[in-house]
Design a protein around this ligand. Structure first.
Ligand SMILES: [Zn+2]
Ligand SMILES: [Zn+2]
Length: 137
């Protein structure tokens, strides 16, 4: 994968990242559930220097995760509300893209599910994935 690209629902915010992602994960944390209105976030961690984002409607909101107990900077499009990415002070070299916003999601295959204790009880782990009780996101 030479470059990954994505955008928010309205298209005002676009991003790209060069090179191979450092990690993929699915996050079940309650903050991801609340901010997406769904079962959680697909996260793709990319090195911060490789990540570029543009758009005048990019906003961010800092939360102290109910599960994690430490701050997370959650960035989203203030025009359409799409979550775009999260950064964590304890992992300053990575940007965690909310991978449902990728233009091409065909290569996604998260092998780890984090904050599994908060998972919706009817949602079984994906085949081949390991569910753990802590992690980024
Ligand atoms: Zn938007
Ligand atoms: Zn999360």
């Amino acid at each position: 994968m030479a470059e990954i690209k994505g955008r928010c629902l309205c298209g005002n915010v676009e991003y790209s990242a060069e090179g191979e992602p450092a990690m993929q994960a699915f996050c079940h944390c309650t903050d991801c559930q609340r901010s997406t209105g769904s079962v959680g976030s697909i996260l793709v961690g990319v090195p911060k220097p490789a990540f570029q984002v543009s758009g005048d409607s990019l906003s961010s909101f800092e939360t102290v995760g109910e599960d994690r107990g430490t701050p997370a900077q959650r960035s989203f499009c203030s025009n359409c509300g799409s979550p775009i990415m999260t950064t964590l002070p304890e992992m300053p070299d990575l940007v965690f893209i909310k991978a449902g916003t990728l233009d091409d999601t065909s290569w996604l295959s998260p092998q780890i599910e984090v904050w599994g204790d908060s998972a919706q009880p009817w949602m079984a782990p994906a085949e081949g994935a390991t569910r753990v009780d802590r992690g980024p996101g």
